[in-house]
Design a protein around this ligand. Structure first.
Ligand code: HEC
Length: 183
């Protein structure tokens, strides 16, 4: 009988011990699990934070664009002016103006364009005009309205020119300079 009781006690102790170890094991596992989760949470939070600063970085790249538009405006004006002069140069060649006019001051069938803009032009009727934009325009569209003294009135009127073409030709002639003296 005694041995049986001891065996029962032993079995009971083993059970209690087993349950105790089991609980301790579970407890240990439960205590260990939260640690990796906290570490993971700690790792994922810093990863999410760097993404937020990237958005403010992308936003400042947009505002700098409006200030950039202001300086190029002058450049665009200059570019447009340069393009207009270049167009006038090409038109002067394609319309055959340069077969009668020079741009280097040398004499030809017609007066040179060099230094024409703003210069005093003596006309066939003895009067003098300043070769302003209006005079240059009129001289292209209606050359016989005011004939440059000493030149034959043989220039054909260029009435087929568009306003853009006329502007380009006038700008080109203006770009060839003028000293305000006699022409
Ligand atoms: C057949 C020759 C000839 C052609 C082509 C010709 N011109 Fe003339 N052009 C003249 C002569 C000659 C004069 C001067 C007599 C006059 O005032 O009409 C003149 C005068 C001018 C004047 C006034 C110059 C000044 O000193 O008073 C301008 C500006 C002018 N031409 C622009 C042009 C343009 C632009 C073209 C082409 C679209 C052109 N001409 C084509 C012969 C020509």
């Amino acid at each position: 009988m005694r041995t049986r009781r001891i065996a029962l006690y032993g079995a009971a102790l083993l059970l209690i011990a087993g349950v105790g170890i089991g609980l301790a094991g579970c407890g240990g596992q439960q205590a260990q699990k939260p640690e990796p989760e906290e570490e993971k949470a700690a790792v994922t939070q810093p990863q999410a934070q760097p993404e937020e600063p990237q958005q403010p970085e992308a936003q400042p790249t947009e505002p700098p664009e409006p200030p950039q538009e202001e300086p190029p405006k002058d450049e665009q004006d200059e570019d447009a002016q340069q393009a207009l002069i270049e167009k006038g140069k090409q038109l002067a060649q394609s319309y055959g103006c340069l077969s009668c006019h020079t741009i280097d001051g040398s004499p030809s069938v017609g007066p040179t364009w060099k230094g024409l803009y703003g210069a005093e032009v003596e006309l066939e009727d003895g009067t003098t005009v300043v070769a302003d934009e209006a005079y240059i325009r009129e001289s292209i569209v209606d050359p016989n309205a005011k004939v440059h003294k000493g030149y034959p009135p043989i220039m054909p009127p260029y009435t087929q020119l568009s306003e853009d073409e006329l502007n380009a030709l006038v700008e080109y002639i203006k770009s060839l300079g003028g000293n305000g003296g006699k022409h």
